[in-house]
Design a protein around this ligand. Structure first.
Ligand SMILES: Cc1cc2nc3c(=O)[nH]c(=O)nc-3n(C[C@H](O)[C@H](O)[C@H](O)COP(=O)(O)O)c2cc1C
Length: 203
């Protein structure tokens, strides 16, 4: 069973969440989990202005995702920071290059799942994940979220991401907040849940 974690992360929050998703998926027997990032679309000049060049360089060890990677996966878990309540442009551009796969039905029947991050608590995590699902449905994918059996999403004793739609983290207005243990637990749960569902489908 091949599980692919595909992400974009400008400042590192989604990368950290992606590692936790991978950890969760890896805990399922028979899962082979790969992690990859979508290509950067911004110039170094713009990345410097956004204070993101260093975090981009720090991800050079992560392979850049190809369309073939999508085809060989049984499940694909996507991670994107929110941009005005939607997925980021880098992810959009990558997905917009999958028209050829769509025309062949290459992704039909694969499991798809999404996690996200935002600066503010109510800055569009749910809209980002739900609007991402539209693309996955057009590709014929089977959507899996984060069920309430992950009890951490019921917490109100601390500020936390996580909803039935998927795991998420809140980066803070200055980006200094790192994913909390509860948010990382949600990411691990989602990774494991996706792998378990995929294993059942493959059987
Ligand atoms: C152009 C742009 C638009 C953004 N839009 C939102 C937004 O609508 N809501 C929000 O809470 N954060 C917004 N953010 C903040 C990012 O979502 C945040 O930096 C990101 O989740 C951090 O994840 P990363 O470290 O993986 O890049 C925006 C950031 C940029 C650069």
């Amino acid at each position: 069973m091949n599980v692919l974690v595909v992400y974009y992360s400008m400042y590192g929050h989604i990368r950290r969440m992606a590692e936790a998703v991978k950890e969760g998926a890896n805990s399922v027997s028979g899962a082979k989990v790969q992690i990859c990032r979508v290509p950067e679309t911004l110039s170094d000049e713009i990345l410097v202005k956004m204070g993101a060049l260093e975090t981009q360089k720090a991800q050079a060890d992560v392979p850049v995702c190809t369309l073939e990677d999508l085809v060989s996966a049984d499940a694909i878990i996507f991670g994107t920071p929110t941009r005005f309540g939607n997925m980021c442009g880098q992810m959009r551009q990558f997905l917009d290059a999958t028209g050829g796969l769509w025309s062949k039905g290459s992704l039909v029947g694969k499991v798809g799942s999404v996690f996200t991050s935002s600066a503010t608590q109510h800055g569009g995590q749910e809209s980002t994940i739900l609007s991402f699902h539209t693309t996955l449905l057009h590709q014929g994918m089977i959507i899996v979220g984060l069920p309430y059996t992950f009890l951490g999403q019921m917490r109100i004793d601390e500020i936390t991401g996580g909803s039935p739609y998927g795991a998420s983290t809140i980066a803070g207005g200055d980006g200094k907040r790192t994913p909390s243990e509860n948010e990382l637990d949600a990411a691990r749960f989602q990774g494991r849940h996706v792998a378990e569902i995929t294993a059942k489908l493959l059987r």
